[in-house]
Design a protein around this ligand. Structure first.
Ligand SMILES: Nc1ncnc2c1ncn2[C@@H]1O[C@H](COP(=O)(O)OP(=O)(O)OP(=O)(O)O)[C@@H](O)[C@H]1O
Ligand SMILES: [Mg+2]
Length: 398
């Protein structure tokens, strides 16, 4: 008898839904020993081309009562990708992931995961995928090792392989020596590594990670992403949601979701260079003082201006909308503005467009005449954040 099963279910465990009423899912009771068969794990050096795609979604809709959380999504994720899934809070990312795992049923549409039809046979992928849910999924009353043992049971890791898998995960997650600790005794970064480790106990072919690094400090986040890339090197496909743009830029491909729809997708480079048809400029408020603009020894361009001035600048630019400036938003210590007119859609980035240079010079002259004598305006190649903010702003106007 697997005693760690008793009374436990976890959001990390993709169990098929048998019924759904008013948006509330109903899962079957977990019964020890009754688990779907174990699918083949992907080993090193697997040729992805010969296999069905990791994810293929067509016309996917999810309604909760009268509310449409996922609204007609088509999405393909190839094997071997580190696929980033972005979108504002409430845009439907988690809902889509939960349909991929089979833990909630789709209202309409088709979902294939690793070649299996999840809508009809969610149980067939349960042991081939790993899911790290956004909500914390470790059991606080179990030790690190007991948590791993629990997930090994959920995912049907053969008993003779348990020790090897446990040792691998403990090493991978940097948890050797912490086996008897409770999750709450670990740092947030270590806890997230443990949760990732738990989701990989059974060597899944596809890992779905829902905001795995939220609340994790930058150093630990970087270490976590090293783990993600290690897993990708071993042949695992990763599907990761994040709100961190620097993480998004580490992905092989991205999709942006907004109000239940995918509003853009592509490689980070494609999104940066092809999505925006207008140039982006950065407005810096340089501290008044000695030294010509941009000279060595003068005041640095960013981080010196006071936040109140930046806010005033944003308000000013927003109130004069229509005068050649579209969206305006804070970007770190500077202000970014999307200029009206062409310049960024040439595939080379706004920074290369002559239109961007002219527009930047015009805007700089204007701002200096309108009460911002310290303004310096330079064309920039759009960042993912620029793309994201601009796309969302455009959708809000629709
Ligand atoms: N079980 C449910 N019943 C009713 N509404 C739900 C349910 N689950 C999600 N929703 C709603 O669906 C929308 C999408 O939620 P979801 O959690 O998928 O967003 P998200 O993109 O993951 O957001 P976040 O970035 O905050 O995690 C939200 O408006 C949410 O309130
Ligand atoms: Mg979410």
């Amino acid at each position: 008898m697997r005693s760690w099963w008793r009374g436990r279910t976890a959001d990390t465990v993709p169990l098929p839904v048998v019924a759904e009423t008013d948006g509330r899912e109903v899962r079957p009771a977990v019964r020890p020993g009754v688990r779907p068969g174990v699918g083949p794990a992907v080993g090193r050096g697997v040729r992805h081309e010969a296999q069905p795609p990791a994810v293929r979604i067509r016309g996917l809709v999810k309604r909760f009562g009268g509310f449409t959380a996922v609204d007609g999504v088509d999405l393909d994720v190839a094997r071997g990708e580190v696929f980033g899934f972005l979108g504002p809070n409430g845009s439907g990312k988690t809902t889509l992931i939960r349909m991929l795992t089979g833990s909630i049923a789709a209202t309409r549409g088709s979902i294939e995961v690793l070649g299996e039809n999840v809508v009809h046979h969610p149980e067939r992928i349960a042991s081939r995928i790993g899911y790290m849910s956004q909500k914390f999924s470790l059991f606080g009353d179990l030790t690190v090792e007991e948590n791993l043992r629990f997930y090994a049971g959920v995912y049907d890791v053969p008993p003779e392989r348990y020790k090897e898998r446990r040792d691998y995960v403990l090493r991978m997650a940097d948890l050797v020596g912490h086996e008897q600790a409770r999750p709450d005794e670990l740092s947030v970064g270590l806890k997230q590594r443990l949760a990732l480790g738990a989701a990989t106990m059974h060597e899944p072919e596809l890992l779905l990670l829902d905001e795995p690094t939220s609340g994790v400090d930058p150093v630990a986040r970087r270490a976590f992403w090293d783990l993600i890339h290690d897993l990708a090197q071993r042949g695992v496909t990763l599907f990761v949601t994040t709100h961190y743009m620097e993480e998004a830029s580490n992905c092989t491909r991205l999709a942006f979701m907004y109000r239940g729809r995918i509003i853009a997708d592509g490689t980070p480079r494609e999104l940066r260079t092809r999505t925006l048809s207008s140039p982006v400029v950065e407005v810096r408020l340089e501290r008044q003082g000695p030294g010509p603009k941009g000279s060595e020894g003068g005041e640095g361009p960013q981080g010196h201006g006071d936040a109140g001035r930046a806010d005033a600048l944003i308000t000013h630019l927003e109130s004069s909308a229509g005068a050649g400036v579209g969206d305006v938003y804070a970007s770190g210590a500077a202000v970014h503005a999307v200029l009206d007119g062409p310049g960024a859609g040439d595939g080379t980035g706004a920074g290369d467009g002559t239109g961007a240079g002219d527009g930047a010079a015009r805007l700089e002259r204007r701002l200096r005449a309108e009460g911002f004598p310290e303004a310096v305006v330079v064309p920039v190649t759009p960042s993912l954040e620029d793309v994201f903010v601009t796309l969302v702003a455009a959708q809000r106007r629709v």
